[in-house]
Design a protein around this ligand. Structure first.
Ligand code: NAD
Ligand code: G6P
Ligand code: MN
Length: 441
């Protein structure tokens, strides 16, 4: 069987060790000959790489491993780029969350003004990775989960229309894992789902088992009472703030009980609730820095010092195995059905042809083939039209360096009460993002 060469871009990510362990766990399904890490922060990546080198030596010494900050070295002889960069790192995420909150507006990584600010930083970073890939390994595919995926996807659609990039998100998979638990199923893969929306902005319209039996009523009954809260042993999405998000799905569901919602809709449908329940001094970024980041870097340091990973508490990022599923679909033409963020092109019939939508696709060697969704209801369509306009305006603002368009984008976000507040937030964000955003005119 062919063996593949992979570069993980954002090698210094808190998710890198979990992904490496997950890749090792799946070598039978997706054989690997080479793993490289690429990051633009040498020290951060080195801390993770030293530990991962030991993990790889102890488990699969035949895999060649290298960590580098040199694009040519990183992107040469590559079949897949797995990209999870965070331009500006947690320091900027903290500001993305705290600046809007200071103005009484939702402060969130990917939603509202925070997500817009993050998008303005990510676009350049991702376009640069695509350039490297196309220069040094033009046949490679980029599997991108760098956020905000909606804005990144729109930017690549508009500015790199022929690039081999697939944008994906783990939230529907995380929620489907909870649904499987509600149903008492072994795996989410026993469900066949219909889903539509934008990234972090979507709904399930149908869920059946493999024989076609409707599973929605049983899930709905649970969600109406408890949201997506279940007792489940997970590594990701377990902090208190995530429990609140899963529980809040109950209220999102009440607004339209014909569909099952993505948890991220809470930021758009209940922004007042979110702001009220936010701590302006201590946001999710702080929780992650004090939690996941400390844990992962602490464990990596222990491994490097001990020279072995035998006693390590690092865990496989099991739920991230969808990345292997996606790589396998491309590599072995598996024709697996997966949710991806793709250009609509009529899949949702009554929606913008050029919108980047998250829908089921059949994935094979030539990329994704979106399934036909048909018409969507007025409520979802109305919300999505507003949000897709926000995302498109952000990308246009970045490309044209337009203050006006970015102001419009923030004004149009459902999380923001007025153009006045939008302008105040924008001016603070410009100041904070000087190093990262194009200079707006
Ligand atoms: P992190 O800050 O720990 O890691 C990101 C790494 O990217 C850092 O080491 C940083 O130095 C590096 N980086 C930043 N800009 C770069 C550039 N221009 N070129 C190369 N490297 C660069 O962040 P994290 O919390 O581990 O998350 C990583 C990314 O994965 C984020 O974008 C996050 O939003 C995303 N994510 C997405 C999903 C999804 O559903 N799509 C799920 C989980 C995480
Ligand atoms: C989910 C989303 C990701 C997002 C992550 C944030 O998994 O799908 O897009 O990055 O949550 O998690 P965090 O633990 O960093 O707040
Ligand atoms: Mn996501």
């Amino acid at each position: 069987m062919k063996k593949f060469s992979v570069v993980i871009a954002g090698g210094g990510s808190t998710f890198t060790p979990g992904i490496v362990l997950m890749l090792l766990d799946n070598l039978g399904k997706f054989p690997i000959r080479k793993i490289k890490f690429y990051d633009n922060d040498f020290k951060r990546q080195d801390d993770i790489a030293k530990a991962c080198e030991i993990i790889l030596k102890e488990n699969a010494p035949e895999i060649e491993f290298r960590a580098t900050t040199d694009p040519e070295e990183a992107f040469t002889d590559i079949d897949f780029v797995m990209a999870h960069i965070r331009v500006g790192k947690y320091a900027m995420r903290e500001l993305d969350e705290k600046i809007p909150l200071k103005h009484g507006v939702v402060g969130q990584e990917t939603c509202g003004p925070g997500g817009i600010a993050y998008g303005m930083r990510s676009i350049g970073g991702i376009l640069e990775l695509i350039d490297y890939m196309e220069k040094y390994s033009p046949d490679a595919w980029m599997l991108n989960y760098s956020n905000p995926a909606a804005i990144v996807a729109e930017a690549t659609r508009l500015l790199k229309p022929n690039s081999k990039i697939l944008n994906i998100c783990d939230m529907p998979i995380g929620i489907e894992t909870h649904m499987a638990e509600i149903l008492g199923l072994e795996s989410r893969k026993e469900m066949i789902v219909k889903y539509f929306g934008l990234n972090h902005f979507g709904w399930w319209s149908s869920i059946t088992d493999k024989e076609g039996h409707d599973l929605m009523p049983q899930i709905k009954e649970h969600v109406a009472k408890y949201g997506y809260t279940v007792k489940i042993d997970e590594n990701q999405h377990t902090d208190a703030s995530w429990n609140d998000t899963f529980a809040k799905a109950k209220d999102i569901f009440a607004v339209d009980p014909t569909h099952l919602p993505n948890t991220y809709l809470k930021y758009y449908l209940f922004p007042d609730y979110v702001v009220e329940h936010s701590n302006k001094e201590y946001t999710r970024a702080n929780e992650v820095m004090d939690g996941r980041e400390k844990f992962v870097f602490g464990e990596c340091k222990k491994i490097a010092e001990a020279g072995t990973a035998k006693n390590s508490e690092l865990h496989i990022d099991e739920h991230a195995s969808y990345i292997v599923d996606l790589a396998r679909a491309i590599a072995f033409n598996t024709q697996e059905r997966m949710l991806l963020i793709v250009e609509n092109k009529g899949a949702i019939r009554n929606f913008d042809e050029t919108a980047m939508v998250e829908i089921p696709c059949i994935v094979g060697s030539n990329g994704p083939e979106p399934l036909s969704i048909g018409d969507i209801p007025r409520f979802q369509k109305g919300l999505m039209e507003q949000q897709v306009a926000v995302e498109k305006l952000v990308v246009e603002a970045w490309a044209e360096k337009s203050y006006q368009k970015l102001w419009q984008a923030i004004t149009l976000s459902k999380t923001v009460p007025s153009a006045t507040v939008a302008k105040e937030i924008l001016d603070d964000l410009i100041e904070a993002n000087k190093e990262y955003w194009p200079e707006l005119k």
